[in-house]
Structure formats: structure tokens, C-alpha cells
Write a protein that binds this ligand. Sequence first.
Ligand code: CTP
Ligand code: CA
Length: 221
Amino acid sequence: LAATDTSLPLHGQSVLVTAGGTRERLDPVRYLTNDSSGKMGYAIATAARDLGAQVTLISAPTALSVPAGVTYVGVDSAAAMRAALLQRYATAKIVVMAAAVADFRPAAVAENKIKKTATDYTLTLTKNADILAELGQLKQQQFLIGFAAETQNLLTYAQKKLAAKQADMIVANDVSQAQAGFNHDTNEVTILQPDQAPQQLALASKAVIAQQILQIALKQL
Ligand code: CTP
Ligand code: CA
């Protein structure tokens, strides 16, 4: 078992991984979400476990099964994911924000099912906290990894996120590509780190991409 092998590079270290698309509730039977499958986050949790880490997977609902040997914390909304992270952040060595966190939530959650109206219905959204940026501000020993999901200007936007969120690494992901991003078993990403040239990883399974991301992080620890 990886957790008991003291020779592994992340032996005894706490790794937090978020995954899945958050659900932002509107009423008892409806919510807003996104296309995230959770596959990339689950692959990272598995890879961290295999490096000997004590892994906590904080996940929005997915269709995936929890990797063996990983502690699972199920959450729904961005607010719940944020609370679960803040509770465990202080002692973490590596934190990976692979979740697709909703940027907005319905301004109010209706207690009862919203009835249809005769005409159009307007939904007001409130901004969610940027969890990664908050973790960046609270950062001490943690190595903080975020993702950037883009459909255009990949490296420009991702580089901005690296700086704005004070992350140690941004995994830039062109989610408009056929074999990459949301719901695929493969991915093609570029790794950005402060003061380093972008590192493009070739198209590979999410399992392999996860191992490569953690190997690059390990070099900085
Ligand atoms: N993220 C977060 N909290 C949010 C939104 C995003 O922690 N409320 C994290 C994601 O988990 C990801 C990173 O921030 O690791 C970038 O998410 P992304 O959606 O690509 O960027 P945003 O900063 O939300 O900007 P935009 O959606 O406008 O591109
Ligand atoms: Ca976003």
C-alpha cells in the first residue's frame, strides 16, 4: 500500500484535491452546474495517493467511484467546497483546485419549487467567492495548483490567473479542443509557473497528465 511506503516522495504529506462541477441550487428540484466530469481531479487524487500522500478529495457530485485509499468529502455548492477546503488548508502540503467552481449562484434559493410564469422568467445571480484566490492569499507552506479552463487566448488568460490568484502553478486547459478538457479521458495542457517558461505536455490520458503535474510540482517542494 502506497500510504505505508516511507520511501515515496509524498509519504505522510496531506494533499487536498477538488473535483467536479459545483451545483448551485435554485429551488428544491433545480440547480445550475457545468460540464465538468471530475475525471481530472480524480486522476490527480489517485496519482497523489500513489506517491504516498494522505489524500482528501473534496468533490462535487460526479459519476465516478472514489479511488481506494483516498478520503472523500462530498460537497455540492461552491460555498460548501470553500468551507471544506478552509477547514483542512492549514496542514496541507499540496492543494489542487481541479474543480469547476461556479462563478455565480442564484441570489435566492426558493423554498418551494418555482412555478412557471406566463412570460419570461429572470434569474438573478450573485457572485461566488474565488476560492483559489483566497487560498493564494492565505498561502504559507502549501504548493497551490489551479486550472485555467479557456476556449480562447489560452496562455494569456492562464498567465493572468497565475498572477491574480498567487498560485504556484496553473494548468492551462483549452476546453474547446476535441481530445481535451471536460468529460474526456485524455487531456492536453500547458503548465505555467511563476518566472518559468510554459511547459506544454503532450496529449495523454488524464492518469498520465496527473502524474506529470505532480512530478513537476515535486521538483519545487
Ligand atoms: N476557482 C475557484 N473559485 C471560483 C472560480 C474558480 O477556486 N469561484 C478556481 C478553479 O477551481 C480553477 C481556477 O480557479 O482552479 C480557474 O478557474 P476558471 O474558471 O478557469 O477561472 P476564473 O478565475 O473563474 O475566471 P473565468 O471563469 O472568468 O475565466
Ligand atoms: Ca470560472
